[in-house]
Ligand binder design. Structure first.
Ligand SMILES: Nc1nc2c(ncn2[C@@H]2O[C@H](COP(=O)(O)OP(=O)(O)OP(=O)(O)O)[C@@H](O)[C@H]2O)c(=O)[nH]1
Length: 162
């Protein structure tokens, strides 16, 4: 069995888009309906993929807006970023573009993988951001795109990306 690989991933996005819900669903397999704004939480989990063990550290950040200062610590020693918006919020979709631009500024040229996630796809009636809009944004960043629902456990297969 090869040595475990260590991966640190930061989850970014506007307030209330489901960053914590996605992380908790991924790590603990449950959905929490209540809303409790995050300051910052780090979750750890291990998983095995094709005989390789991974030790994952998931940094669930406080919701950002277009004016938030990007903490330096989010640019060092990071293997990947998950940028989350909600398909029910145009604002969150605008903010995720700003966050991406700040990320590029901060790390110079982003050489780390980025995944753009459109969450809350179960809220069909409230959808305002189309799949192709999300895909178009991700393509322009050369990032991976997926839609998800933390509620219905339609999860992104994060580790596939790293
Ligand atoms: N219907 C539905 N609700 C969701 C989904 N994901 C999260 N929610 C709800 O949306 C609210 C916000 O979810 P959080 O996971 O706390 O969002 P967050 O992005 O971590 O929020 P901040 O800590 O403020 O940045 C909660 O009430 C969740 O239950 C989803 O996929 N579908």
């Amino acid at each position: 069995m090869p040595q475990p690989k260590y991966r640190k991933i930061v989850i970014l996005g506007y307030r209330s888009v489901g960053k914590s819900s996605l992380t908790i669903q991924f790590v603990e397999g449950q959905f929490v309906d209540s809303y409790d704004p995050t300051i910052e939480n780090t979750f750890t989990t291990t998983l095995s993929l094709n005989g390789q063990e991974f030790h994952l550290q998931l940094v669930d950040t406080a919701g950002q807006d277009e004016y938030s200062i990007f903490p330096q610590s989010y640019s060092m020693d990071i293997h990947g970023y998950v940028l989350v918006y909600s398909v029910t919020s145009n604002k969150s979709f605008e903010v995720v573009q700003v966050i991406h631009d700040k990320l590029l500024d901060m790390v110079g040229k982003v050489q780390v993988p980025i995944v753009l996630v459109g969450n809350k796809k179960d809220l069909h009636m409230e959808r305002v951001v189309r799949f192709d809009e999300g895909k178009g944004m991700a393509d322009s960043w050369k990032a991976v795109f997926m839609e998800s629902s933390a509620k219905e456990n339609q999860m992104i297969n994060w580790i596939d990306i790293w």
